[in-house]
Design a protein around this ligand. Structure first.
Ligand SMILES: Cc1ncc(COP(=O)(O)O)c(C=O)c1O
Length: 395
């Protein structure tokens, strides 16, 4: 059994989550529950593989042999039941860089990108800052009988209307969705694909959180749902969130449509953007050949963390409700019943409770009144955070 209760100090390791607190929040002494990496130690099978490689003191150009993509394809098929030819994969130096690069490569002046907020903020920033238009198709909240927010659905009618604008050329999809934790079903994804194909829109499906499904939910890869979906899309996946190796940088693109693939892979290969570093290859191979048990135990632990946060809030702070994620370690907290403007909500978390969470408004429309909590940490840390929050609220 791996020990996910273990506290491993990260201060002074040059990591954003701890060492970036002062810069981001103005205080270095907050409990960090923000940036989406986990506080669990990366599995020994990855650390050992890296050590073994480092033991040889020559770090020349690595060879990307066929085994690399065969291993990734085998993992994708085992996890999602999606059989992809190993030739349809390419390395990508990070997923944000991946969709930013594709926006740069595929879009022209005046083109627009659709995003569905509240959503991972680089979806907006990469398009906007490269000079493209950003059109929002906000998610639709779904409330339970008790009046609390339960989950979200996509506004397919809204998407169809938006895609009818000839300037709209791309949709960036978060599947499963960050920060709301929604696992999109095959019917929704197939409808999105039909709208995209009918309007000449390319779908970039960011599936970085797909290896961390919770509560029996299954991941449906966008490109797997229909011929249209395979035809119009580029899929991004990675071992980095799952195995806590974001700092190593290793991700990959999958393209099923031959024309789109030749065009994009031709460019990625010619520019060597698709050429991985040694440690990306070593860490990915170790994760995907030796990491199955670690992943399962980590997911059990994360699921128990989600249950813990949800249960604790219901019992002790019912004004704050966790929208239970169907994937990953990020919990979308609905704090609207506190009735606080966002500035006061941030003041409560940061200055009074001494906690660093992501402010919901950074995820755009629909994020007001929310905070995003990273539950990828030892449970004792979550317990301490919740107690601090309760104390701050009752002050
Ligand atoms: C939806 C989503 N995409 C991409 C990323 C970042 O991926 P990368 O580090 O490969 O750029 C994150 C990290 O939180 C994410 O949540």
């Amino acid at each position: 059994m791996y020990d996910f209760d273990k506290i491993t100090g990260r201060h002074g390791t040059g990591c954003v989550k701890y060492d970036g607190l002062e810069g981001q929040f103005g205080h270095a002494d907050l409990l960090p529950l923000w940036v989406a990496d986990m506080d669990f130690e990366t599995g020994d099978f990855i650390v050992d593989a890296l050590r073994e490689r480092i033991a040889h003191p020559v770090f020349g150009y690595p060879e990307v042999g066929p085994e690399y993509f065969r291993t990734i394809a085998g993992w994708v098929e085992k996890l999602h039941g999606w059989k992809v030819d190993p030739e349809h994969f390419r390395f990508i130096p990070g997923i944000v860089r991946g969709f930013a690069l594709l926006e740069h490569f595929l879009l022209g002046k005046g083109d627009k990108v659709v995003i569905q907020p509240p959503v991972y903020h680089p979806f907006r920033i990469t398009a906007q800052e490269q000079g493209f238009g950003v059109v929002e198709n906000p998610l639709v909240p779904i409330y339970g009988d008790d009046g609390f927010l339960e989950t979200y659905k996509m506004d397919l009618g809204g998407l169809e209307r938006i895609c009818g604008d000839p300037a709209v050329k791309m949709l960036v999809l978060s599947n499963p969705h960050n920060p709301c934790g929604v696992a999109w079903d095959a019917g929704t994804l197939a409808a999105v694909a039909d709208i995209a194909v009918a309007n000449g829109v390319t779908v970039i499906s960011d599936e970085i959180h797909c290896e961390m499904m919770l509560g029996g939910a299954r991941h449906v890869p966008f490109a797997s749902v229909s011929g249209n979906a395979a035809k119009c899309s580029v899929t991004f996946m990675a071992p980095t969130k799952t195995f806590n190796i974001a700092g190593i940088v290793s991700s990959y693109a999958i393209i099923e449509d031959p024309e789109l693939r030749d065009r994009i892979f031709g460019w990625l290969d010619a520019t060597e953007i698709s050429y991985p570093g040694i440690f990306s290859i070593t860490a990915t191979m170790a994760a995907y050949t030796k990491g199955a048990r670690w992943r399962e135990e980590m997911l059990e632990y994360v699921q128990a963390n989600v249950d813990f946060v949800d249960g604790w809030l219901r019992e002790n702070l019912p004004e704050i409700r966790a929208v239970r994620p169907q994937a990953s370690f990020l919990i979308w907290l609905d704090c609207r019943r506190l009735g606080l403007p966002q500035e006061e909500l941030n003041d409560l978390f940061v200055n009074k409770a001494r906690l660093a969470l992501n402010d919901g408004t950074m995820f755009g429309t629909g994020g007001e009144g929310f905070m995003r909590l990273n539950a990828g940490c030892p449970r004792s840390v979550l317990a301490e955070a919740l107690r601090s929050l309760e104390k701050a609220l009752k002050q």
